[in-house]
Design a binder for this molecule. Sequence first.
Ligand code: 3UK
Length: 547
Amino acid sequence: MSAADLMRSGHVDSFARDNLPPRESWPRLDLAAAGLSYPERLNVVTEFVDRHVAEGRGRHDAVIGPSETWSYQALAETVNRIANVLTRDLGTVPGNRVLLRAANTPMMVATYFAVLKAGGVVVATMPMLRAGEIAYPIRKAKIALALCDASLVDELMAAQALAPELSTIMTWGDGALEALMGKAGYEVFEPADTAQDDVCLIAFTSGTTGEPKGTMHFQRDLLAICDAYGARVLKAAPDDRFIGSPPLAFTFGLGGIVLFPLRIGAACVLPAKVAPPDLAEAIERYRATVCFTAPTAYRAMLGKLGERDLSSLRICVSAGEALPKATFDAWQEATGMSLMDGIGATEMLHIFIGAPHETIRPGSTGLPVPGYEAKIVDEDGKEVPDGTPGRLAVRGPTGCRYLADPRQAKYILDGWNVTGDTYLRDSDGYFWYQARSDDMIISAGYNIAGPEVEACLLTHEAVAECGVVGAPCPERGQIVKAYVLLREGFSGDAALAKALQDHVKASIAPYKYPRAIAFVTTLPKTSTGKLQRFALRELARQEASAS
Ligand code: 3UK
């Protein structure tokens, strides 16, 4: 296929389109096969915001923050005012990338939609990123303008010194953006006439190894995740109130906290703090009904159930990392609710395997989201029989398109997205997570999935969190080594190490037991909250060479 297959772009600045991967290295994207169709000209803000006002839902809550609640009408007007500032005062034209830096706040949501409405391309950054980490996307995506919460501007200014591409920083919270937003006539804004396949979002991966990759997503992709996963698996309703912890710069948070609710006219709750104890408190305070967070946060909230009333919750989605069956069971026992596991990826925009409540199988990630297909392949890309672990390959309406990155060729195999995860499919079609493919431990010829050992350790009362990796060993190649963070009241001594080893041997195949156990007080995490197994592997390597 040639560039002519792309629809007529609404972009004036063609950077994003010019830097899409060559068409032959795209995944297959088949909307018709997924049962989805969108108009050729599409600006998604019409769907997420303005349509609700036009259809009479303008007074319904859209965004609920710590000190303000915006109806759809109020959100629409705020978005219009910012979009006017972008185009009339800051010179933004369709296709320009705009960097956003803020915590999950109502203004973050409004600036996000304002950039989209003006036809811009959003590059959102995590609040905790430091100057060097912010400079990278600025340079890679050639970003000239940033909108930033004034309380987070220092690090952005330090990034600007490293990335001279960034010429303008506009802040809010200090009155700068607000002063421009107040201008007469700014309350209405005509959406930019973008094509459904114009890029509107470049999401950078957290870069567990190597440099972060910019994943490019189209206008229509933002709707596709809502109309596939949202409508067919999640099945929330307009009176739901969504809440969660992932930052909006992480597409897990973008979809789960903002896009899914706004697609159906529901409300999103954005509390000031979302660490697990605060999240539990906010769920109670706002009577939130749908929660998106990581397995670790559900485990941490389990400890708060005595103090907090979480009975408003009716849908709890877990993603980002494997959900151990022990966590599923403990949550169900304590709340009566089934956690909905789902695997997503920045490259795929959101969740592509999961199961609706009725068909959940504890311990399994679930079934391909209707509209997506998934299979397990071997090293050569050949499908393996059910029950055999192999590489997960998926395709559907969304997929991987890296911004100018040779690693595109590694992620795509014959039009399928290869996520880097080892999975197996059972004879009923359910997908069972084994490990990140590069996290498989090979010890004395056995293939051992670190997460399986972690899941087992987590069923022991002493274990709060853990990470299991391969440590170099002259005899066995690698041995299984567990880094364990204990619950309060337990002490990490030889007797407990032995008890944990025995626990594993008694629960799963004994050759998987951790021959080495180290008790730690923290575990290394990425900015999206994932365990950094490569950092533990490096630690294990150092410890092995020191001993
Ligand atoms: C891992 C899981 C087992 C897996 C994400 C939901 O996590 C997201 O995106 P990332 O790009 O990471 C992708 C990788 O994370 N993973 C995610 N979910 C699960 N492993 N079980 C799971 N349920 O290795 C995957 O390849 O940071 C998750 C929605 C949007 C996202 N971007």
